[in-house]
Design a protein around this ligand. Sequence first.
Ligand SMILES: [Zn+2]
Length: 355
Amino acid sequence: MATWIDFRELRQKLHFADVLRHYNVQAKVKGDRAYALCPLPGHPKRSDGKKRTPSLSVNFSRNIYNCFGCQNGENAIEFVAKMEGLDPKDADQFRQAALKAAEIFGIELSGRKDNGKRKRTVAEKSEPAAKNEPEATATASTLPVIINAPLDFELKHLDPTHSYLASRGFTPETIKHFGLGYCSKGMMQDRIAIPVHNSTGQLVGYAGRLVDDRKVSDEKPKYLFPGPRERDGRRWEFHKSDLLYNLHRIQKPVHDLIIVEGFASVWWLHQQGWPNVVALMGNSISIAQANSVRNVLQADGRLWILTDGDEAGVRCAHSILGRISPYRFVRWVKLNDGQQPTGCTSEGFRAMLSL
Ligand SMILES: [Zn+2]
């Protein structure tokens, strides 16, 4: 069985700014758009020797491009396909381009298997740029999809005194503030349950952190997120890329916001006296997350990137810079190799962040 490619996820993670940079496209950026000479191999050549004018325009927030020379209006994956000499209209070649894009840009895909039940979401259906995705439509089903719906239950009997949290230096106040606790049964067995809320503070799911790293395997990921469920004739999906962890606790609008990759960095910074922190719950920023950051930051506000000191952290920082720097002041506080925000003291943060 072929590994399922979640084209929606890939489109969210594939940033046009990175794509342009990768192919050395010199673009003029104006607000949400970029303009450039079209680099596509199929672009008609001028034979009259006149100076070329920029015909390619990219819309960053919609993640699509348009060229009035070659009459295209497609998304970033199709752009990569054409740059790689692949035909995006051919299902196999489109798929190949998607894998290629994920590889070039270091994008981790969820890697779910194609079980024939996967369907496109409401959001995807309304996106005009999604039309050339034969793989995605081939397995579409008719169930309506509901994304990040508020939960109608809360996990009970979580143990906030579990040694995992204390051993990582978290105080009872921090643990209580974030509603953390060890879960001994069910899906979340052997994990610290982490409540995840939407921007208005409704609980939309739990992430689970395995307390014993030695037990991490393909079946037991270090972090578990809610999988899709089908109930009452609907399909319920949890999309972490549409959420920013801890966003609902930030007083809006905020002047200084720190953005990190994972939960523990948020807890740690909070404990060190920096409450205005959000986490991506992954290592790239989606369009939806970038929009949330812009919405919560004052127009003259500042975003401080504090990703881990490793390769994924560097890539993550670049993805944030690409998406936010056209609109807001952004500063990347680059940690040394092997360093993580959770290893820093409050004095260290003060020196780094100069807030
Ligand atoms: Zn063109």
